[in-house]
Design a protein around this ligand. Structure first.
Ligand SMILES: Cc1cc2nc3c(=O)[nH]c(=O)nc-3n(C[C@H](O)[C@H](O)[C@H](O)COP(=O)(O)OP(=O)(O)OC[C@H]3O[C@@H](n4cnc5c(N)ncnc54)[C@H](O)[C@@H]3O)c2cc1C
Length: 472
């Protein structure tokens, strides 16, 4: 038996010790044709979808399914568009383990490489993180169906009818009582790029989340827009692939060096931010998201060690066009020519871009609908973030038009204005996932209260006999 198999047995033993002797408790639901409905369908099998599935299994909500459009092992950014050798966050952060010590990354790493290796480790490689997530999924038995995309969500009585499309394009409909959107960075919109770049041919520009043929950039002049960690990672990848020059353009005079997500990693914030009123939630999250995420030291060093790397501060891109097969970019310092441009410009919140939300996108309440901050704190970008209910549910802009939104829970970076760090970083998972799972179990329990009442009244299992004489 391998050390990892032994560790998996220890996880099972630990889970037995902390899981009370309770049974699956959600009354089964059937459609009129006899087809069983799921209790919870989780869209997205990245770390947040997996951890949510695990939390529900621990709460004995077992009639669940996770679907992910990606093939197994390619969920989320880690083995696709993440272009850093190691995670950016400290190795000690825990998350998908939901506080089970044997399920932590450290336990996995020590089983695989030994304790000394863990001690010497600086940051977790993204390959190891991806492998660890698969191990967690298999060890705790979260049911995941890969290569299955959710392309539509519609109301069906008090259920949701969810259209699933498999890798062959075949569509089926599954019904569920609750749905969790753990669909990652683009969950409520899309990767954003200035419109003047978007209209240029794809051979000249890409977003940092796109597949990019870096080998083809050997000997080329590359321009990168943005100064977040992903922009630097893409610049470094181009440099390492042999680009002749890489120029990174930062809108601000200097890149952001502070990482606010390190500041917010304390239990008070992680547990209770979402309980604050709108004034404080807006004030704190708009400050944090306004700062944007700073990059860690290795990210900078990876670029700066190349003499052909240039950072341009105070240099937003104002316009761009194709000239002689190159891209010509207007900056306040004048025009700049490059062979290829990479945009590290983040996401744009706009649910109308999501096919699965086409029936409700227009009625999803945003922060802009619900709260008007003081003049000095206004921010149109952040006002588009969804304004979520206390259990991560989507809320209606116009009450009564799409009441079924209350069955859809959003767990992603788009939840951050309402919940602080939650689906957006590893450090928040051990507090955020149980909060989400509690919200779902609360709704499932309350909605079935009549059934539970009938069950209680019908309960006649005796636990003792009045035996006489009492056996010695
Ligand atoms: C490049 C990068 C590096 C990061 N590094 C760190 C770090 O070091 N530390 C840290 O704490 N955080 C980091 N983060 C932030 C965060 O931890 C990650 O974004 C993480 O992947 C979030 O997990 P998730 O499960 O919410 O989303 P994801 O991992 O993105 O998973 C979402 C899944 O949903 C699936 N999906 C989407 N739409 C559908 C659909 N309609 N139907 C079916 N499936 C669908 C996708 O295929 C995907 O697998 C990083 C983020 C990025 C982008």
């Amino acid at each position: 038996m391998t050390a990892l198999e032994t560790l998996a047995l220890r996880v099972h033993e630990d889970l037995k010790r902390i899981t009370p002797l309770t049974r699956p408790w959600v009354p089964p639901r059937q459609l009129p044709n006899g087809e069983p409905a799921l209790d919870v369908l989780i869209v997205g099998g990245g770390q947040c979808g997996l951890a949510t599935g695990f939390a529900l299994l621990r709460a004995r909500v077992t009639n669940i399914l996770v679907v992910d459009k990606a093939p197994r092992g390619l969920e989320g950014p880690w083995m696709t568009y993440a272009r850093m050798p190691t995670l950016r966050s400290p190795k000690e952060y825990t998350g998908p383990d939901l506080d089970v010590p044997s399920l932590t990354y450290q336990s996995w790493h020590e089983a695989k490489y030994g304790e000394a290796h863990w001690q010497a480790l600086f940051r977790i490689t993204r390959e190891d993180w991806a492998e660890y997530l698969l191990w967690v999924r298999d060890t705790v038995g979260v049911p995941v169906r890969n290569e299955t995309e959710v392309v539509g969500i519609a109301p069906a009585g008090d259920l949701l009818a969810v259209t699933l499309r498999d890798a062959d394009g075949k569509e089926t409909v599954r019904h569920t009582r609750k749905l969790v959107l753990a669909t990652g960075q683009e969950s409520m919109g899309r990767w954003s790029m200035p419109a003047f770049l978007e209209k240029l041919p794809a051979a000249l520009r890409a977003h940092n989340a796109d597949p990019i043929d870096f080998e083809a950039l050997r000997g080329k002049r590359v321009a990168v827009l943005g100064a977040g960690a992903s922009a630097f990672d893409n610049a470094a990848t181009a440099l390492e692939a042999g680009a002749a020059e890489v120029h990174l353009f930062c809108r601000r005079p200097k890149p952001q060096l502070v990482q606010p997500y390190l500041w917010l990693t304390f239990q008070g914030f992680l547990r209770h931010f979402s309980e604050l009123g709108d004034v404080w939630r807006w004030r704190m999250m708009s400050y944090i998201l306004g700062l944007r995420e700073g990059f860690p030291q290795p990210t900078w060093d990876r670029c700066a060690r190349h003499a052909n790397f240039t950072l341009h501060g105070g240099a937003p891109w104002l316009d761009a066009r194709e000239v002689d097969g190159q891209i010509e970019i207007d900056t306040p310092q004048g025009p700049f020519r490059a062979d290829f441009a990479i945009c590290g410009t983040g996401i744009e919140i706009d649910p109308s871009h999501r096919p699965e939300l086409s029936r409700c996108a227009a009625n999803i309440a945003s922060w802009g609908d619900r709260y008007t901050p003081p003049e000095a704190e206004r921010d149109a970008r952040l006002a588009r973030f969804p304004y979520l209910g206390p259990d991560y549910q989507l809320m209606e802009k116009v009450p009564g038009e799409t009441p079924w939104l209350r069955h859809i829970h959003l767990f992603s970076i788009a939840s951050t204005m309402s919940f602080g760090a939650s689906g957006s970083s590893i450090n928040a998972m051990t507090t955020a996932v149980p909060k989400l799972a509690n919200g779902i179990t609360r709704a499932l329990f309350r909605e079935d209260i009549e059934t539970h009442w009938a069950s209680l009244k019908a309960y006649d299992t005796v636990q003792a006999e009045m035996r006489l004489p009492v056996p010695a």
